[in-house]
Design a protein around this ligand. Structure first.
Ligand code: GRG
Length: 295
């Protein structure tokens, strides 16, 4: 295991423990939605988004208890999106992170409610004083996460993905779709770390530039994995894009072209962080990890 893999695993364990504390089991019918939230949020995933939050915040010597809370908030949004994306009304996927998706393990209504509850709890966590003593910082975190998640972010991207006539999409249209659907939450993760860590505006701008390139590279690799990955490593079905005749980076650029584009985006993402010197090694490592990932 590389030093970076050890580091992301170590951070993932901290996030896992914090998510577990945020989602205490309950009894009775209320307990069912909590169990479904736990099924969708615990014991799985790379925890890349909270890693970005925590690594960005570490650059500014942010106390870990604050950055882990912001990391949990973004991971809850991510997990809600996966739960809803797997529903029959969307991607209709039975498998997620190598386990039955939430609507398969429970039922559709419970999965909708579990996603809704994770979405709302993310903002509850950000709003609580333990996230940051300054209410203006908490408010900015909530504002940025709301923008990244909603109409002009992930939800908007998902809507385009479902309804646009993608067969005719050119490269610019795919980039715009993915900038919203997956990019916005990745962008929040990096700048959210800067915000909770007390970074200045020029530093937040550098983090945003890094995350914009990283988000696109992440999606290109996702497209490549959908063609060349295997379902066991991915913990979800492959070949879905081709089955739905979706326009993807691989379809438009070819596998080699897509890989070259991802590589150059990763290199450019890292170059935006040069101003931080060795303090940015973890975020630079995350960029290489995104390129090399197998799941
Ligand atoms: C339902 C509002 C709503 C939005 C759904 C993000 C999304 C929009 C759908 C997920 C579908 C998907 C597979 C998108 C590709 C990029 C992506 C988010 C992959 C999964 O993220 P990883 O690889 O997953 O970080 P883990 O399991 O490691 O957390």
């Amino acid at each position: 295991m590389s030093a970076f893999e050890a580091r992301i695993k170590e951070t993932a364990a901290l996030v896992e423990a914090a998510l577990d504390r945020h989602l205490p089991r309950r009894s009775g019918p209320l307990g069912r939605v909590v169990d479904a939230m736990r099924h969708g949020a615990l014991d799985g995933g790379k925890r890349l988004r909270p890693f970005l939050v925590i690594a960005a915040a570490d650059m500014f010597d942010c106390p870990r208890e604050r950055s882990i809370r912001a990391g949990c908030a973004v991971e809850m949004i991510h997990c809600y999106s996966l739960i809803h994306d797997d529903l029959p009304a969307m991607d209709d996927s039975d498998l997620r992170r190598g386990r039955p998706s939430v609507h398969k393990a429970f039922d559709d209504a419970t999965a909708i409610l579990a996603g809704d509850a994770l979405l709302t709890q993310a903002f509850e966590i950000l709003a609580e004083p333990a996230t940051h003593p300054d209410a203006a910082v908490r408010c900015r975190l909530a504002l940025e996460l709301a923008r990244a998640s909603g109409r002009e972010g992930m939800v908007g991207g998902q809507m385009i993905d479902i309804y646009a006539e993608q067969k005719n999409f050119d490269l610019a249209s795919i980039e715009e779709l993915q900038r919203l659907k997956t990019g916005a939450i990745i962008r929040f993760s990096a700048i959210g770390g800067g915000i909770v860590g007390g970074a200045g505006e020029p530093e937040i701008t550098a983090l945003r530039q890094y995350a914009e390139d990283l988000g696109l590279a992440f999606q290109i690799v996702d497209d490549l994995l959908d063609v060349f990955g295997d379902a066991v490593s991915l913990g979800k079905p492959v070949g879905q894009d081709a089955d739905m005749d979706k326009a993807t980076f691989v379809k438009l650029l070819g596998p080699e072209g897509a890989r070259d584009k991802a590589r150059s985006l990763v290199d450019r993402a890292k170059s935006h962080l040069d101003r931080f010197g060795a303090r940015s090694d973890a975020l630079k490592g995350a960029a290489d990890f995104v390129f090399a990932r197998k799941n």
